[in-house]
Design a protein around this ligand. Structure first.
Ligand code: ATP
Length: 309
């Protein structure tokens, strides 16, 4: 163990969209049990971890002004946790090149935590196995383990218990991003408020989604997209209803609020339809930023590794 000042590892890590998000009753620990299908898309952050004289965390890119630097950053929490568990005290510097929207319901902070965990693990050569890294990721947050694996996976519990899902081919998406963020706890609280005293069932995966994914059937997938948090996100930010309608009117096969929002995801028939939709939504000023991406893609993976001793 131990590395010189010039050692550094860079990891690329994807955002996610929830193809389905079913929210159960509020648990005693303050979390909701969920049943979800995560899907990693090629809208990625790059996280670099290097040995340094002091601990630090910096972010660059279009969304960097909304991300805390230093100890409040989830990526910093991740590297400190990993180093502590490995019994390593040498300080690490984290740099995040951020392309995933912040507080957008695409798990950007969780992605950075997963990326930082993997980069620090490679840099420090901890010898942790996959199960141990998964366990550290779960401690950091419900969405962090999925960012390590990527692909498409059923998430249960708080979302940290994962089972991979077979898919065929790839799917083309357009994402409408909004500068206003939505806080995930606030959206869950609004979901509880809207449900009132209605009984809430334990969440189970909906029928048909797995078959659509296995067959690579984009039309069937579009019909199966479902998000129990969508009404709550739209209740807090009503312009999301217009965004959802605008995408369908412009030819998207399906539209869904991503996770706790406010990002809206549109499923398109193919790449060329996605590019057309992106142009139409951008021209119509339907959202603050419109981007396209495809999925599923791999989870966190090392793209640059310079270790000198
Ligand atoms: P999720 O989809 O998991 O609910 P999200 O995409 O809505 O998450 P994030 O982008 O993960 O939300 O950020 C939520 C908050 O976490 C931000 O407002 C920010 O203050 C804080 N945060 C801490 N570290 C990071 C990070 N590395 N990237 C983004 N946000 C971070």
């Amino acid at each position: 163990m131990g590395s010189s000042l010039s050692s550094q590892v860079t990891v690329k890590v994807p955002a996610k969209v929830n193809l389905e998000l079913r929210v159960g009753p509020l648990r005693d620990d303050g979390f909701h049990a969920i049943s979800t299908v995560f899907h990693a898309v090629d809208l990625c952050d790059e996280v670099t971890v290097r040995s340094d004289r002091d601990w630090s965390c910096q972010t660059t890119g279009p969304f960097s002004d909304k991300v805390p630097n230093g100890d409040d950053n989830l990526a910093m929490t991740a590297v400190r946790l990993l180093a502590r568990r490995a019994g390593i005290e040498e300080p690490l510097a984290v740099e995040i090149a951020k392309s995933i929207p912040v507080a957008g319901g695409m798990a950007g902070g969780s992605a950075d935590a997963a990326g930082a965990l993997l980069a620090a693990d490679a840099l420090l050569q901890t010898g942790f196995n996959k199960r141990e890294l998964h366990s550290l990721a779960s401690e950091l947050g419900s969405d962090v383990p999925f960012a390590l694996y990527g692909g498409t996976a059923i998430g249960s519990g708080r979302g940290e218990q994962l089972a991979p899902v077979l898919t065929k081919g790839s799917f083309e998406w357009v994402f409408a991003l909004h500068h206003e963020g939505l806080s995930t706890p606030a959206v869950y609280a609004e979901c509880d408020r809207l449900r009132g005293d209605d009984p809430v069932d334990e969440p189970v995966p909906g029928e048909g989604l797995m078959t659509a994914l296995r067959a690579g059937d984009v039309d069937a997938l579009a019909r199966r997209l479902h998000n129990d948090l969508q009404d709550a996100a739209c209740s807090l930010l009503p312009r999301l209803w217009d965004t959802l309608d605008a995408g369908i009117d412009a030819g998207a096969l399906g539209a869904i609020v991503s996770g706790s929002g406010p990002t809206v995801a549109f499923l398109c028939a193919d790449r060329s339809e996605a590019l057309d939709l992106m142009v139409t939504l951008t021209a119509g000023k339907v959202a603050d930023v419109v981007v396209s991406a495809s999925g599923p893609v791999h989870g966190a993976h090392v793209i640059h590794d310079v270790r000198r001793r």
